[in-house]
Design a protein around this ligand. Structure first.
Ligand code: FAD
Length: 373
């Protein structure tokens, strides 16, 4: 007999792992399935810095900073051994950027200090401009956090090939077996082929990280166009995710991380950095950079039943029963995942409304008008 679950989560990255953790706390019987194993997608490559967003007070900045507060408390409470609260310096990249920092200051919702160039020099940081220091920020050991959150949860390493729904139950087909479940959650990252999610506009951005062995005394992390991690146990992480338009994973290569090291040399002394390991991966973002959390609209049904949606009609939305998504976490998966998992868990277990800012419904009608005419 196949096993039956309350919820099967597809994807064991930080989205799937935090969600499995929060759902199981609500006594849900959860299975996580990943085709390549825990943190084998973008989450395994991530520098996993957890820091606030700066800017002029946009809606995305407010949400990110709410999520930041939630995330650092979550990691400190749940797995403090895998979260290093080293503080993060956010430093301007040029003179124009430096001027903007003064405008940004009043929108800093999280605790911060100005660090002068001179103060930064005492920390071994060669920044050309006064910078923000966020003492509550830090970084995670990405794979260890995912594995820790999943330590009491059943995990299957296999690809979900197909999903079928019958009599209020989902049947998930794997290469050599199948499972039955009430709910399915797609936490599948940049490549989501199991349901019609086109309206969510999920797309990948490629990134690289190099872990370098070093004796450099660097007590804080630094963000500029790239991230330089604090020295934790003799390792300094260098990372960036900027390459859009990369359609499929490409092999990691030394050239990419050496370029990061070159950039880092304008911030810290990189002379003793010795490359230990290269990581690379794809992170999944949405069209408007907000996360995607909630139910999945039944796209074929909507287009067939209400053809006028493509000309601006606004009929009531019809959903695929018991199918959910947690995706689009962008370059801040480790910041967003704990709060987004909490929002989806409350929706599934308590029927609490999904925060409109992250509900993928926001994208559907616009997508119909723009792409289906
Ligand atoms: C180089 C790099 C640096 C980054 N740095 C940071 C950072 O400093 N801070 C930060 O917060 N974020 C960072 N990010 C972003 C962060 O990694 C992502 O936001 C995060 O990984 C998203 O997690 P996820 O669980 O949604 O996706 P993923 O981690 O990609 O997980 C999706 C999983 O779904 C599985 N899957 C897909 N389809 C199927 C299927 N049909 N059957 C079974 N399994 C399936 C995949 O195997 C994969 O493991 C970085 C990303 C990269 C690449």
């Amino acid at each position: 007999m196949p096993k039956t679950y309350d919820t099967i989560i597809i994807g064991a990255g930080i989205a799937g792992a935090t969600l499995a953790h929060t759902l199981s706390k609500q006594n849900q019987k959860v299975l996580v399935v990943d085709k390549n194993g825990i943190a084998s997608g973008g989450s395994g490559a991530a520098g996993a810095f957890v820091s606030p967003k700066i800017g002029k007070g946009s809606a995305l900045q407010s949400l990110t900073n709410e999520a930041f507060v939630y995330a650092k408390d979550f990691y400190l409470r749940t797995c403090p051994e895998h979260f290093h609260q080293t503080g993060v310096i956010r430093t301007p990249k040029d003179e124009v950027d430096a001027k903007k920092f003064f405008e940004y200051e009043k929108y800093n919702e999280n605790s911060y200090e100005w660090y002068s160039k001179e103060k930064l020099q005492t920390l071994g940081i060669e920044a050309g401009f006064d910078s923000f220091y966020f003492p509550e920020a830090g970084d995670c050991n990405a794979p260890q956090v995912c594995a820790y959150l999943l330590r009491d949860i059943e995990v299957q390493i296999a690809e979900v090939l197909e999903m079928k729904q019958k009599n209020g139950q989902w049947k998930l087909l794997l290469p050599t077996s199948y499972f039955l479940t009430h709910n399915v959650i797609l936490a599948t990252g940049y490549k989501s082929t199991l349901a019609d999610l086109r309206y969510m506009g999920i797309r990948g951005t490629w990134g690289t990280r190099g872990d370098y062995r070093s004796k450099l005394d660097l007590p804080v992390s630094i963000h500029q166009a790239m991230s330089v991690g604090a020295n934790v146990n003799g390792i300094i992480k260098l990372g960036a995710t900027h390459e859009k338009g990369v359609k499929a994973p490409i092999p990691c290569n030394t050239k990419m991380v050496e370029a990061l090291k070159e950039n880092a040399s304008s911030l810290v002394n990189t002379s003793d950095l010795e490359l230990q390991k290269i990581f690379c991966g794809m992170r999944a973002g949405s069209k408007d950079y907000f996360p995607l959390v909630g139910r999945v609209i039944n796209v074929p049904y909507m287009l067939e039943t209400y053809p006028a949606v493509v000309r601006g009609a606004k009929p009531a939305l019809e959903y695929v029963d018991n199918l959910y998504v947690l995706n689009g976490l962008g370059g801040r998966g480790f910041v967003f995942a704990p709060l987004m998992a909490e929002i989806l868990t409350k929706h599934i277990t308590e029927d609490k409304e999904i925060d409109k800012r992250v509900n993928p419904d926001r994208l559907f009608l616009k997508w119909c008008r723009k792409f289906m005419l």
